[in-house]
Design a protein around this ligand. Structure first.
Ligand code: ATP
Length: 355
């Protein structure tokens, strides 16, 4: 028998609303996180990510719905378990290590209740986990930003929280450092089977760290999916637009199986509710538009960017629509040139046209 089936998720949000006065900032958000999963709240500035994280931590109360940890309600309109009783660890953007304590003392801060021998052991374990054993007696100011963030993670993990919350943990760090630190932190979380939620406005960061990403827009949850699905199978126009690059190509539903576009007839791959003859928009990613000298369809190059291994062209179709198109870096065409293009879409994702 699979016991996991009966275990409630580590975190369950059910129709959660959070308001500041009469400003409703989080609206009807429902999602859950299983043991060992890393989730991410992603969205533009002001969409309510931090507020939702603070509600999960217990620093804000909910105005509707419930938050449950391991199946037990910790927030509802009639109940508010205080943050210190939720067994949640937190890591923030502004690191906030204690400057007057050594690295080891910082990590030991939240586990004073352990006996000194056990405490030392745990600190050593955590320093090994984050790969910073040699910094034990140093002060935070002598560490780099990335090292400090690893120590902040070790400190948050010390009391073995059942859920770890990270609010923009990488946003103060430079891009090169992030490239190694983000996958490194993911490896640590996965190795330790930590259930975590990371808040970010950076989709590449979200893709690099999370199993599931919750895309938020003006307080609402637009989609909660694995990164691959968010990119290839967006459920709303907002997600299609927000995640990755892409254009919307006008089309018309021809019959049950096909749509007609400026670049030919395409076979429908995903279910939809549009009637025959309906005008629709098809999501087209740059890698769905291929340069092909043998194609009967053409685009006029109106901008180009050399990206080393490939060119990204923006082409204009005869009906005036513009699409991004990738071509191998050997295909160096000039602005104003007409090039052959063809569509190569695995998923035909249709949306109501934007008027
Ligand atoms: N303490 C507060 N009191 C009143 N309004 C607040 C408070 N904190 C946030 N807000 C408002 O709630 C909305 C959501 O803010 P929140 O910080 O949750 O968004 P966010 O998605 O985390 O944004 P960012 O990425 O910029 O931090 C914003 O309109 C913000 O102005």
């Amino acid at each position: 028998m699979n016991m996991n089936k009966q275990t409630p998720p580590v975190l369950t949000l059910d129709s959660v609303d959070v308001s500041y006065g009469d400003h409703r900032v989080v609206k009807q958000v429902s999602l859950h996180l299983e043991n060992g999963q890393v989730g991410c709240l992603l969205g533009p500035s002001g969409c309510g990510k931090s507020t939702l994280l603070r509600a999960i931590a217990g620093f804000e109360s909910v105005t509707n719905g419930t938050i449950a940890l391991h199946g037990k309600t910790v927030s509802s309109q009639s109940k508010q378990v205080p943050p210190e009783l939720r067994n949640i660890g937190m890591v923030f953007q502004d690191i906030a290590l204690f400057p007057h304590l050594t690295v080891a003392e910082n990590i030991a801060f939240g586990i004073q209740s352990l006996g000194s021998e056990r405490r030392l052991e745990r600190v050593k374990e955590l320093l090994q986990l984050v790969g910073l054993e040699h910094t034990s007696d140093r002060y935070p100011s002598s560490l780099s930003g990335g090292q400090q963030q690893r120590i902040a993670l070790a400190r948050a993990l010390a009391p073995k929280p059942s859920l770890l919350l990270m609010d923009e943990p990488f946003s103060g760090l430079d891009a090169t450092l992030k490239e190694t630190l983000v996958p490194d932190i993911r490896r640590i979380l996965v190795k330790e089977n930590i259930t975590a939620i990371v808040v970010t406005h950076d989709q590449l960061e979200a893709f690099a760290i999370a199993d599931k990403v919750a895309v938020m827009n003006e307080g609402c949850l637009e989609q909660y999916s694995a990164p691959f699905e968010l990119y290839h199978l967006p459920e709303t126009r907002f997600v299609a637009d927000f995640i990755g690059q892409g254009d919307f190509l006008s089309a018309e539903i021809l019959n049950d199986q096909q749509i007609n576009t400026e670049l030919g007839i395409l076979d429908i791959t995903e279910s939809h509710n549009f009637p025959i003859n309906a005008k629709v928009d098809v999501l087209v990613r740059p890698d769905d538009v291929l340069h092909d000298d043998d194609s009967n369809f053409f685009g006029l190059i109106i901008s180009k960017q050399f990206r080393g291994t490939y060119f990204q062209y923006q082409v204009e179709l005869t009906n005036g629509q513009k699409l991004l198109c990738l071509a191998s870096s050997h295909h160096n065409h000039a602005l104003g040139e007409r090039i052959g293009i063809k569509l190569d879409l695995d998923h035909i994702i249709l949306f109501e046209p934007n008027n």
